[in-house]
Structure formats: structure tokens, C-alpha cells
Design a protein around this ligand. Sequence first.
Ligand code: FES
Ligand code: FES
Length: 190
Amino acid sequence: MTVAAVPIRLTVNGRARELAVAPNHTLLDALRDDLRLTGTKECCLVGECGACTVLVDGRSVDSCLVLAAEADGWDVTTVEGLAVDGRLSDVQHAFLETGAAQCGFCIPGQLMAAHALLADVPRPTRAEVEEGLAGNLCRCAAYEQIIEAVLLAARAPEAGRHETEPGGDGAEARERVDVAALPDARVAPQ
Ligand code: FES
Ligand code: FES
């Protein structure tokens, strides 16, 4: 018996999309298979690793746990939507700067979780970063660099950091911030 596809409309990275999705397909399936947005990673499929994290109305969501049909009307941002006009976000820059991206598999999810955290808590403490990213696992164990990157990104506006072209070194536009030397008491001891 053929199961009828479900028509949905949603906005993905600012673009209105119309899809016909299988009733048992997840939002992750729809993003990767239907829209070919493969930056969102598929891993545990049970909500434990965070590799599939996307933003829905600015909040982080495990896209493997949501049926695509439920996403009708949603506003979804994937990692492909973070760079605007070819320019990386401050969070992406910070991940590059601290060397947080090792094998890179977990990084899209980490970036989305970091964006959600900083939208909620613009100046997080280290403990708040740890808690905010607790659902995102990194099998390369680059947790120190990832935490440093989020703290660095939180300082980006006042440190005068700017976006640069992806792939460029951006040295002229970036100002290295030594997180360990920050006088801010909100950065807890490491
Ligand atoms: S693939 Fe969704 S949480 Fe692991
Ligand atoms: S950088 Fe390899 S899994 Fe996180």
C-alpha cells in the first residue's frame, strides 16, 4: 500500500519551500534528502548526539526527532544559513580561530547550538556554555576549543571582530581575543 505524501510549506534559510514528505520522514530527512542541505548531519537519530541540530524560530531542535510533516509553517535555519552574503558569522569565525573544527562532523550542530545559546544569553559564562552545548557530542573531544570559541564569539562585537570571506584567512579583519586573559568575571575559571 502506498502512503500518501504530506504537503508542507516551510521557510528554510529565509527561503520559502514547498515539499511533499513521507509521513514517516523526519525534518532531518527532508533537509538532507529533499532539499539537499547536507550540512546538517545524521548520526544517532535518537536525540543524543546533537549532530542534526537546526534552529526553529531561533531555538535549537534535534531535527532527527521531528517529523517533517510537523514542520509545516516553521522557520528553519540550517548551518548553510549562517553565512550571509558569503560572509561567516562571528561564531563560525571563532570556531576557525580556536581550532574547534577537527574532523568537523559535529561542527554544524555545535554551531547551531552556539547560535541559539548566544541569542538567549549574549554573554554566557563558561558554565552556561557547557550547559548550552551539553546536548552536542564531539567524538574528537574538541570541547575545550569549542567552549573557547563560543566565549570568543560572545566577545566579538566589543572586540571589533568582523566577518570575512569563507576560506580567506581574514587576518586583517580579525582581532585575536585571548579568552584566558579576559577580565570579565563572568568567564569562570577553567
Ligand atoms: S542525529 Fe539527531 S541527535 Fe543525533
Ligand atoms: S570535531 Fe570531530 S566530532 Fe567534533
